[in-house]
Write a protein that binds this ligand. Structure first.
Ligand code: UT7
Length: 335
């Protein structure tokens, strides 16, 4: 298990956010027709009511670009002015090149360095930390970070253990060196536990298990999860990550106005909220509408909280994520 602390340097802020959700809605009642499940089971066990599914031919880079354009517009900068693009995804358009390269082309951001980060549901906060470090040290002046997923392409639609949980979507943020210090990232914390790779993975389709007719038939290129185990790890790791980032920022939980957790399961969110000692109205939740969108989840929630006015000026916002790897991450932002 390895953990990492934030670098210091010049202040870095979030100068714009954006998100995109595909139009097609798949409800719990729709899923009742696909597998042996019920709206009641999904709602009580997860809190999810519906999720979005990408259109035919719509790929991760398309969704990433749409969220990015909204973030760029809010930040008041053009794609052509970007220095760095990081896409966090576990559902890339292609194994190579990186989805970030397609996004660079679609945005006309030809001066930017572009690459992907694979850290599952923690990916957007991993990207935030990398961008933060790159800007804080002066290596780059700005960065576009994106969490984007087309999980519907990697779901076994006959497996009720997983197919009811996930959805498609994207969220983005523009980060910049910030002389005035507004919307500043105060601290963050990342962690990884490679001892637990088997708990949540897509076993086929990589070099360890290349695509063959046989493993396609065995559906090895779809997401597999030991839900109950992942649940326990998620509660412990997210709580610890939250406490460490808050401490690094020199704050206590009483200083946090809004918590934006990874949107996997309402019961996980409730367990963490209880352990941290925050009330329900201090926690941003949208998983009932989108399900678990992996790397996109915290990014979409951050944008919705920003645009809806749930985040007020000078608020301290705590972001927390957890996912396959296992990976976890947290960040504290002063808005
Ligand atoms: O994003 C990365 C992080 N991911 C997460 O944090 C997900 C963490 N895990 C979870 O959210 C939960 O473990 C699940 C929602 C995946 C499952 O909830 P659970 O309360 O842990 O249920 P379970 O897996 O222990 O299954 C309980 C029962 C089983 O039946 P038996 O063995 O008790 O007869 C399952 O077969 O529920 C059954 N079940 C379902 N029943 C109806 C599992 N999936 C379904 C379903 N509909 N979709």
């Amino acid at each position: 298990m390895s953990e990492q602390a934030i670098v210091t340097g010049r202040p870095v802020s979030i100068s714009g956010t954006g998100s995109y959700l595909p139009e097609k809605v798949l409800t719990n009642h729709d899923l009742e027709k696909l597998v042996e499940t019920s709206d009641d089971w999904i709602t009580t066990r997860t809190g999810i009511k519906e999720r979005r599914i990408a259109a035919e031919g719509e790929c991760t880079s398309d969704m990433a670009t749409k969220a990015a354009l909204r973030a760029l517009e809010q930040a008041g900068i053009e794609g052509a002015d970007l220095n760095l693009i990081i896409v966090a995804t576990i559902t890339p358009d292609t194994l190579t090149p990186a989805t970030a390269c397609y996004v660079q082309r679609k945005l006309g951001a030809m001066k930017a360095v572009a690459f992907d980060v694979s850290a599952a549901c923690s990916g957007f906060l991993y990207a935030m930390e990398i961008a933060h470090s790159c800007i804080a040290t002066g290596a780059f002046d700005n960065a576009l970070i994106i969490g984007a997923e087309k999980l519907s392409a990697f779901i076994n639609w006959q497996d009720r253990n997983t197919c009811v949980l996930f959805g498609d979507g994207s969220g983005a943020a523009v980060m910049r060196a910030s002389p005035n210090g507004h919307r500043r990232v105060l601290a963050s914390h990342l962690g990884t536990d490679g001892e637990q790779t088997e708990l949540l993975n897509i076993p086929g389709g990589g070099a360890a298990c290349p695509i063959t007719l046989d493993n396609v038939e065995r559906r090895l290129a779809t997401l597999a999860m030991q839900g109950r185990e992942v649940f326990k790890h998620a509660v412990t790791a997210m709580r610890q990550a939250a406490e460490l980032a808050i401490a690094k920022a020199g704050l206590t939980i009483a200083d946090i106005n809004l918590v934006i957790p990874h949107q996997a399961n309402l019961r996980i969110i409730q367990a963490i909220s209880e352990r941290l000692g925050v009330t329900e109205d201090q926690v941003f939740v949208n998983l009932h509408r989108y399900g678990n969108t992996s790397a996109a989840a915290v990014a979409i929630a951050l944008d919705e909280a920003n645009r809806s006015g749930a985040i007020k000026e000078n608020d301290r916002v705590l972001l927390i994520a957890f996912g396959a790897g296992l990976t976890w991450a947290s960040a504290v932002i002063e808005w």
